[in-house]
Design a protein around this ligand. Structure first.
Ligand code: IPE
Ligand code: IPE
Ligand code: MG
Length: 237
């Protein structure tokens, strides 16, 4: 089979920071900090090789269940990241979008997220989607509410709602469906990530923990994708 092109949209569930920290007898916050280094490298590489959209799962609506110390460490890292990286990302022509409920974030973090989106909104390079306070079901509920509001105002009729008008109400509006979903650390579940957008995604579950996921591992996943036989319900040949 001939190789297909690179995926247009790559989604990554960055998992395994906690186990990495434990393995190295470090506090969990240091696992997350090390994970940010991986994230930097993967974003840079994605931009360099011409990936159209990269969606990274950074914090789920369920992650608030973790200890106050861990949540505080993650919020601190988020703020640090969005303050220190924004210049470089902007220079690289990266357009940042936040997937998730920004209103449910603490004030400082919310301001930093809004600033990152505003600052990069005219950029035309990599679409970098960072999922923060994100849940796939909540995203679908939000889309349903927005469509219902339009219907209630008489702007659309219920029968006008299609797969594409629904997709237009998702955080990823205007971007292609996920082609390749990677989840590190060997876990094989979606954990409520991009449920609608992953309908026909190919999955890769490398065993490596996120802080150890390097460019070689990333290219392995991309190469595996290029050899997949995607059928979308039809038949090839
Ligand atoms: C993923 O690493 C990062 C976040 C959820 C923020 P984990 O912290 O879930 O790592 P494990 O699963 O405990 O190893
Ligand atoms: C999913 O990982 C969320 C992120 C990577 C941000 P979790 O570690 O929170 O998921 P579960 O609890 O193992 O399903
Ligand atoms: Mg985990």
């Amino acid at each position: 089979m001939s190789e297909r092109p690179l995926p247009r949209h790559v989604a990554i569930i960055m998992d395994g920071n906690g186990r990495w920290a434990k393995r190295h007898k470090l506090q969990v916050a240091l696992g997350h900090r090390k994970g940010v280094e991986t994230l930097r490298a993967i974003i840079r590489e994605s931009s360099d090789i011409g990936i159209e959209s990269l969606s990274l799962y950074a914090f789920s609506t369920e992650n608030w269940r973790r200890s106050p110390e861990e949540v505080a460490a993650l919020m601190g890292l988020l703020l640090e990241y969005f303050t220190s990286e924004i210049d470089e990302l902007d220079e690289k022509n990266v357009r940042i979008r936040i997937l998730g409920d920004k209103d449910g974030m603490p004030d400082k973090q919310r301001a930093a997220l809004i600033n990152a989106e505003e600052r990069t909104k005219t950029n035309t390079g990599l679409n970098l989607n960072i999922a923060i306070n994100y849940g796939g079901r909540a995203e679908l509920v939000r889309a349903a509410q927005r469509l219902a509001e339009k219907a209630a105002k008489g702007e659309i009729r219920p029968g006008d709602i299609t797969e594409s008008t629904l997709a237009d109400e998702l955080y990823t509006a205007g971007q292609p469906d996920v082609d390749l979903l990677i989840r590190t650390s060997g876990e094989m579940r979606l954990s409520n990530f991009l449920l609608y957008q992953c309908a026909y995604a190919e999955f890769e579950f490398p065993a490596v923990l996120w802080p150890d996921f390097d460019l070689a591992a990333y290219h392995e996943a991309l190469d595996a994708f290029r050899h997949r036989d995607r059928r979308f319900g039809g038949r090839n040949s």
